[in-house]
Design a protein around this ligand. Structure first.
Ligand SMILES: [Zn+2]
Length: 226
């Protein structure tokens, strides 16, 4: 009896860029793969970048909301207007590119999974707005190591049953290694899927369906008196 195949879900954040994203889309298309692209609302004001997002959508990829500004960690911001601005304004800019689903990926500096990602107010906002929250379980830090990230990503894939990797279709040079990474993963028998691992989607269509442990800043008003 053989072990079940490891699964890998690909996500690309912070793009698109004209010099990078078409190559990513070509590499995926050449292998008949689908992925998720999380884009920042501010970048959708540029018609050329919007066209690239549309191209990704038309190729069957999932398009998600990666905040308006990519500058506010919702769990670290004291601004009560931040959730509405960072989440809803980006969703409005996505418009038909993301419909009908409302996939949201928070901004966390350095890709760190922790309590700076979300506030209780942001969680309530996502639930009320019918959003789905998409986190991750692998950050091979492609932006720091354009040639070395595939080895770290493959190690992550081998270490668990289902990996949701965060890559970046941005001009670091890292995406030049994407075709090699995909071919190595496929050669190892890894199943590359566009389904999202349930453990990485703790809020689905506004409903809390999974654990948010460690991802939400403690709310000062809810401190336990002692
Ligand atoms: Zn990002």
């Amino acid at each position: 009896m053989s072990a079940p195949r490891k699964r890998l879900t690909l996500s690309f954040d912070n793009g698109p860029f004209a010099d990078v994203t078409p190559g990513v889309l070509d590499a995926l298309a050449a292998r008949d793969l689908r992925a998720s692209f999380f884009v920042c609302g501010k970048d959708l004001r540029d018609p050329a970048r919007r066209d690239l997002v549309r191209r990704a959508r038309n190729a069957g990829h999932r398009i998600g909301n990666h905040t308006l500004t990519h500058a506010v960690e919702l769990g670290a911001s004291g601004d009560p207007a931040a959730p509405a601005r960072e989440i809803d304004e980006a969703q409005a800019l996505l418009g038909e590119l993301a419909a009908p689903e409302r996939w949201f990926r928070p901004y966390g500096a350095g890709g760190v999974l922790g309590p700076r990602l979300l506030s209780e107010a942001a969680v309530a906002h996502l639930c009320a707005g019918g959003y789905s929250l998409v986190v991750w379980n692998s950050v091979p830090r492609d932006w720091e190591d354009p040639d070395g990230w595939p080895a770290r990503a493959l190690a992550d894939v081998e270490a668990r049953d289902w990996t949701l990797v965060v890559l970046h279709d941005v001009p670091t040079g890292a995406m030049r290694a994407l075709p090699r990474f995909l071919d190595d993963a496929l050669a190892r028998g890894i199943e590359i899927t566009d389904e999202l691992p349930p453990a990485c989607v703790p809020i689905r269509c506004g409903a809390r369906v999974g654990a948010l442990d460690g991802l939400v800043a403690p709310a000062p008003a809810q401190e336990i008196p002692r």
